[in-house]
Design a protein around this ligand. Structure first.
Ligand SMILES: [Zn+2]
Length: 281
């Protein structure tokens, strides 16, 4: 589970509202500019209950059942309401809410995970398209509620992103050891940094490098002994598609875990570059 990015525009004054007949063309302009893969677009899909393009004019709560489904009091039937993991935001009578369906995790100082460059660009596009509106941005859970993404606030998050990137998320709790298998994290032969764990099972660990995108799998029932040091070595593989793979060798213990060359997909192995074989840290 993660925190998804949520965004909407608040527009006061009916004269400034997005007209229903312009909703689709505005949606097209947005996704064709930023990139349709950056949005969750269900229009024309099998999701019959909620068919929407990248943005939609939010509709009032229909009836008691609708209010109940959203965890709202029935007194809010007929009102436009933004629900979140916190107090709902209720539109005034002259206020229009336009929901934007981003397809990324939230990004902020407390949760530096999502695609901030896209989030920032979308908010800038919305600012330009709806000069009388306010862009609000938050998450869908963990108490990350929507805030007015003013240009000052956007600059603040942007500076944080340029300085810190996603490290506070990707390296959170990272001690170089897989939590279940006990395997040591291999070092990426390209970037020469410790790879990041990305899941696994009791005898298999997945790794990836956020610098170049390379992936690796280490496997073996026995965890390396305390203080055991993982090393990289070259070995021939029977897998013709990936002639070289990482081989994880523990310290003094016999029967070291090894990379899963046969069982792993080719994109889960991390071939060594030619003429390179580096020891781990
Ligand atoms: Zn790398």
């Amino acid at each position: 589970m993660g925190v998804d990015a949520k965004m909407f525009v608040r527009i006061r004054g009916r004269d400034n509202w997005l007209r229903k007949e312009d909703e689709l063309s505005t949606s097209y302009d947005l996704s064709s500019t930023i990139g349709c893969d950056k949005f969750l677009i269900t229009k024309g899909s099998e999701f019959k209950r909620s068919q929407h393009h990248d943005l939609e004019i939010m509709q009032p709560i229909k009836d008691d059942s609708d209010a109940s489904d959203r965890g709202l009091d029935r007194s809010l039937v007929g009102r436009v309401v933004w629900t979140q993991d916190g107090d709902p935001i209720i539109a005034d009578s002259d206020e229009q809410f336009i929901r934007v369906h981003l397809s990324t995790r939230y990004y902020g100082e407390e949760y530096a995970r999502g695609d901030w460059p896209t989030i920032r660009l979308v908010s800038e596009w919305l600012d330009m398209r709806f000069p009388k509106g306010e862009v609000w941005y938050g998450g869908d859970s963990s108490g990350i509620c929507a805030e007015n993404l003013t240009s000052a606030r956007r600059d603040e998050i942007n500076r944080f992103f340029l300085r810190e990137g996603r490290k506070s998320y990707t390296r959170y709790g990272d001690n170089g050891t897989h939590g279940v298998t006990g395997h040591g994290a291999p070092t990426c032969p390209i970037c020469e940094v410790r790879t990041l764990g990305s899941g696994g099972s009791k005898d298999k660990a997945f790794w990836y490098c956020d610098g170049c995108g390379r992936k690796a799998v280490t496997s073996g029932l026995a965890a390396p002994p305390p203080g055991g040091i993982a090393t990289l070595s070259r070995r021939r593989s029977r897998n013709r598609r990936s002639p070289r793979h990482w081989s994880l060798a523990s310290g003094p213990a016999p029967g070291p875990p090894q990379t899963d060359a046969a069982g792993a997909r080719s994109d889960q192995t991390m071939p060594l570059p030619r003429r390179q074989s580096r020891g781990c840290q």
